[in-house]
Design a protein around this ligand. Structure first.
Ligand code: PRX
Length: 650
């Protein structure tokens, strides 16, 4: 938890009304309108969500809106539908048939636009390909892709035939990919010959090959030709995407899915060394992402909406692919880095495609601040009407910069709090309805019932008190389980405060009912908006032969939000050195991926432990942050000299 940020938020007393021009045409136009709808959604959740779900198409109606046996929820019980059908076919009978669905731009500057009709054809073709490869309803298909249209096409094609997709972020290493393929039991992997990032090719196929070898279960690898570089293709196992789709029928009947049939698995980090496969199902996820996307981003048919996330994260699933396409929106998708070839690439894209709604992360905003105002100032940016942020807490300074320099003080900002597990946005202001307070996420979305509780689970009702953020009622897009580990689902999220979903975040609420997210209270850290478990990094470190013991903590970082500091005890004969530190950093990158690279490694003969043998992380966090005076009780510390050593120990 970054104390400086929280202090800055509390000191920042300015607040901002939604611009009148925005309010006039917004979907939700006033605080009163929000309050009335929120009340209805909480008093009659079943009626409320049935109305929303009824705007989508169902092959068979549901018999019951909600079946709630805590912690197990079933939404739209007995209903049958298909998410790909709702995101594509539903628009084909309207004028949106020839509307742009995806406007894609590659990092080298190549572009491709797919209308809804074209996207439907591509998805149907690839759905037929998957069926020919033997993929059936319920089978898992792993994607390891760059940000190209085929990533969205493959997700929608899997959804169309009832296969469960598991997208693994292209920045993860071969061994991280292998672990996720094995856990999901995927026999099919979809990847590319590479992707472009800062002018370099990301060697996805190489990593995919290594992962496939390690798993021994993958039967088919489908490879999209993106960069054109030579990659080894194993006959019988590897297939070029463009060859497979050649001449294939462009109609594919959508599989009628039960509302509770799995839609996708997405791995995320928790407080153990092993990532969790968060499972989302069909009807509830579809309904919730449909409704949040249009309400929070105020989507209309004139919008060109751009979410800068990667499809490898939940933000990409819910707010690049499913939510916007369910609404028939035009979605911009960009392959590469924000500073390639120059730090104004994003602003060039905004002007070029006329982006009206931009959704990005605080870490990107802080990087833009560092690069300087002159870059956005070179562009008009006058198409923008709404800005959003997600993934980590935003500091008021970054919020105000975004508001002034990018939004020209006439675009509302939505600071959306949510998680992989929640499937969709849970706490935010609504852009036409709410006053904005920099640093505060805002109010609960419709149907969401947050609560702040103390350590015993008692609700904290008085304002401005910190506590644990829980959700007390089921919502349609909540995770249903952890893939292959139902006990972990119950234990992780529902055991601290029975009947309530535990978010892992701390929060406080002010007298106006606005939530301020304080950050994670568990061993999960947030590097540039990417979630990582400290234990994952620790297990990566101890898998190196020179490491006896490791403890990982985060320290506040001005750009990334948090940076990783690792405290390492080398094995007896390994000499701590700069070279060893570099080797260990590279080792973590190999095991997990570049996002997990420790910023700093400190060596010590021992780690500070309590007499019962627990590593004192609080103390390590203070040391990592460079605090001279160590506060709090260290009377249980086994060996006090360890602290002095670690303070110096670089
Ligand atoms: O700590 C919160 C932080 O990101 C965590 C969820 O990470 P992940 O599952 O990867 O999903 C990120 C994108 C939805 C949360 O537990 N977080 C996310 N959004 C915000 C945030 N913290 C503060 N403000 C936010 N807007």
């Amino acid at each position: 938890m970054d104390k400086d940020r929280i202090e800055a938020v509390l000191k920042e007393t300015r607040s901002f009304e939604p611009p009148e021009a925005f309010r006039l045409t917004a979907r939700v136009k006033s605080e009163e309108e929000y309050e009335a709808e929120y009340r209805r959604s909480i008093e009659d959740p079943e009626g409320y969500w049935a109305e929303i779900a009824g705007e989508l198409e169902w092959f068979e109606p549901w018999q019951k809106v909600l079946e709630w046996n805590p912690p197990h929820a079933k939404w739209f019980v007995g209903g049958r539908t298909n998410v790909s059908y709702n995101a594509l076919d539903r628009h084909l009978t309207t004028w949106r048939r020839n509307k742009a669905a995806i406007v894609w731009e590659g990092e080298p500057g190549d572009t491709r636009t797919l209308t809804y009709h074209e996207l439907h054809r591509e998805v149907s073709r690839f759905a037929n390909v998957l069926r020919r490869l033997g993929v059936k309803k319920g089978d898992r298909v792993t994607l390891y892709m760059p940000m190209i249209p085929e990533a969205a096409i493959a997700m929608l094609a899997a959804a169309r035939i009832g296969a469960v997709h598991s997208v693994v972020f292209g920045g993860f290493s071969a061994s991280a990919l292998a672990e996720r393929i094995k856990d999901a039991g995927s026999e099919v992997l979809i990847t590319a010959d590479g992707g472009w990032r800062r002018g370099q090719i990301v060697p996805l196929k190489e990593a995919a090959d290594e992962a496939v070898r390690e798993t021994g279960i993958v039967k088919h690898v489908v490879v999209v030709r993106r960069t054109g570089q030579d990659v080894p293709m194993e006959p019988g196992r590897d297939h070029w995407y463009h060859e497979l789709v050649e001449g294939v029928e462009d109609e594919a009947a959508p599989e009628p899915m039960d509302s509770e049939d799995p839609l996708f698995i997405l791995y995320t980090s928790g407080s153990t060394g092993k990532p969790k496969g968060v499972l989302h199902t069909t009807g509830g996820y579809m309904t919730y992402t449909f409704h949040t996307a249009r309400t929070v981003f105020d989507l209309g048919d004139d919008d060109t909406y751009w979410c800068t996330a990667d499809v490898g994260w939940i933000t990409g699933h819910s707010y690049i692919v499913y939510g916007p396409l369910l609404n028939g929106a035009t979605v911009v998708m960009y392959e590469g880095a924000p500073n390639h070839p120059e730090p104004d690439r994003f602003w060039e894209i905004v002007d070029k495609h006329g982006v009206t709604v931009l959704y990005t992360a605080p870490t990107a905003i802080r990087a833009f601040m560092k690069w300087g105002e002159q870059w956005p100032m070179k562009h008009r940016l006058d198409s923008l009407r709404l800005l959003g942020t997600v993934g980590e807490p935003i500091n008021p300074e970054a919020w105000l910069w975004y508001y002034r320099v990018i939004g020209k003080e006439c675009c509302p900002i939505v600071d959306t709090w949510w998680q992989t597990e929640t499937g969709g946005i849970m706490i935010t202001t609504l852009p036409g309805a709410h006053r904005m307070k920099p640093g505060f996420a805002g109010k609960p979305f419709f149907g969401v019932a947050p609560e702040i509780v103390d350590g015993e689970g008692n609700p904290i009702t008085e304002p401005d008190q910190g506590g644990y953020l829980v959700i007390t009622k089921p919502w349609p897009s909540m995770l249903r389980t952890v893939w292959g580990d139902p006990e972990r689902f119950v234990h992780q999220y529902w055991s601290q405060y029975p009947g309530k979903y535990f978010t892992g975040d701390g929060a406080r609420r002010d007298a106006d009912g606005y939530y301020l997210i304080l950050g994670r209270v568990d061993d999960v850290i947030n590097i540039s908006g990417h979630r990582l478990g400290t234990m994952e990094v620790e297990s990566a470190l101890v898998s190196h032969p020179a490491v006896a013991e490791a403890a990982v903590v985060a320290r506040p970082d001005p750009i990334k939000g948090e940076a990783i500091v690792a405290f390492v005890t080398p094995v007896g004969d390994a000499e701590p050195s700069e070279a060893l530190a570099e080797e260990l950093k590279a080792h973590v990158v190999k095991v997990i991926g570049a996002i997990a690279r420790p910023e700093e490694i400190r060596f010590a003969a021992a780690l500070p432990k309590t007499r019962s043998g627990k590593i004192m992380r609080r103390l390590l966090r203070q040391i990592a942050a460079g605090q001279e005076e160590i506060s709090g009780d260290i009377s249980t510390l086994e060996d006090r000299s360890v602290v002095e050593q670690l303070k110096k120990g670089k």
